[in-house]
Design a protein around this ligand. Structure first.
Ligand code: ADP
Ligand code: MG
Length: 305
């Protein structure tokens, strides 16, 4: 199947009116809203490395978009559109149909347009998605703004995807295959959160990026980590390892003053948020269990300092 028929058949659904020129020309055209900054990021998924080889095509399509929208959400921005660079070993039509349906399902859920891309043949299946979003000038939430005594908060539950990867077929595989980018929450946090990151490499490591960028430390309470019931049944050290060192959560981790956190709760975010600790001056992470220092064995955890 020729490149143009692939694009025509699987990747050329209608784009909304805010796209001035979409798929079909050499570049796409968008009109920037006045006084906004472009927010842009890209992420590549390689088959066998970022997802198991037998992952359903629909899930691969969803996830390739979702992981990028998660990065846009982590800036407090609103996603607008994506571009897709697709490297395919062969034009397997059933796979392309599933992939395209999954990709558009995620686009439709978050009101995002596919506005362009590239299609090439290659021995390995890999997908790069670039996401674009807009944010009012100066309103983006960087990693560098955490202040002493800010609360450290995470959305949803953590460790589910890492658990699912080791228990394929468990209901939590949904969390691995269909991550939920926290776009609505990210937007609500504009003007409230002092710093933010999305959790892709494990909470401890990603929080470490906030701490390093902000030149601060953290005191975490392990008993407050938000865990799915399936993880709560595990021995403590395993629970903590999944929650802190597991990857692929795509939850948001942010810092926020106690006053702003109260304001957030009044705005009724569509996802549970949990306070797991506070920012401290000393650049380290202290792990407590019921207020007492707790030694941890975090396989795969790299200290940030
Ligand atoms: P060019 O050769 O000028 O780079 P292409 O022939 O690669 O253009 O692409 C033709 C049009 O199809 C462009 O608008 C491009 O953005 C779009 N396109 C190509 N591949 C994809 C894809 N996988 N998904 C979405 N749009 C695509
Ligand atoms: Mg061209």
């Amino acid at each position: 199947m020729a490149e143009f028929s692939i694009i025509e058949r699987y990747f050329n659904r209608r784009q909304n009116a805010s796209v001035d020129l979409g798929i079909g020309d050499d570049s796409a055209l968008l009109a920037a809203p006045p006084n906004h900054q472009l927010v842009i990021c890209t992420d590549t998924l390689v088959a066998g490395r970022h997802f198991p080889l037998d992952t359903a095509a629909h899930a691969v399509g969803w996830k390739s978009v979702a992981v990028n929208l998660s990065d846009i959400a982590a800036m407090g921005a609103k996603p607008h559109s994506i571009l897709l660079a697709l490297s395919l070993p062969d034009a397997d039509q059933a796979w392309l149909q599933g992939f395209s349906d999954g990709l558009y399902a995620c686009c439709d859920r978050y009101g995002v347009n596919l506005i362009g891309g590239d299609t090439t043949q290659s021995p390995h299946l890999s997908l790069s998605v670039t996401a674009l979003g807009w944010i009012e000038h100066g309103r983006a939430i960087a990693r560098s703004g955490a202040q002493v005594d800010d609360l450290i908060v995470v959305s949803g539950t953590v460790g589910d995807a890492a658990f699912a990867l080791q228990h394929l077929g468990h209901p939590l595989q949904q969390r691995l295959d269909y991550p939920t980018p926290r776009c609505e929450l990210g937007l609500l946090l504009q003007g409230l959160a002092s710093s933010m990151i999305d959790i892709s490499d494990g909470l401890a490591q990603d929080l470490g990026h906030i701490l390093k960028a902000s030149a601060k430390g953290a005191c975490l309470e392990l008993t407050q980590l938000p865990l799915d019931p399936a993880l709560q049944r595990l021995p403590e050290q395993q629970q903590w390892r999944y929650a802190l060192a597991g990857g692929d959560d795509y939850e948001l981790c942010f810092t926020i003053s106690p006053e702003h956190y109260q304001q957030l709760l009044q705005r009724q975010p569509n996802v549970q948020t949990t306070v797991i600790g506070q920012i401290i001056q000393t650049p380290t992470i202290i792990f407590n269990k019921n207020g007492q220092a707790q030694p941890l064995d975090l396989k795969g955890y790299q200290h940030f300092a």
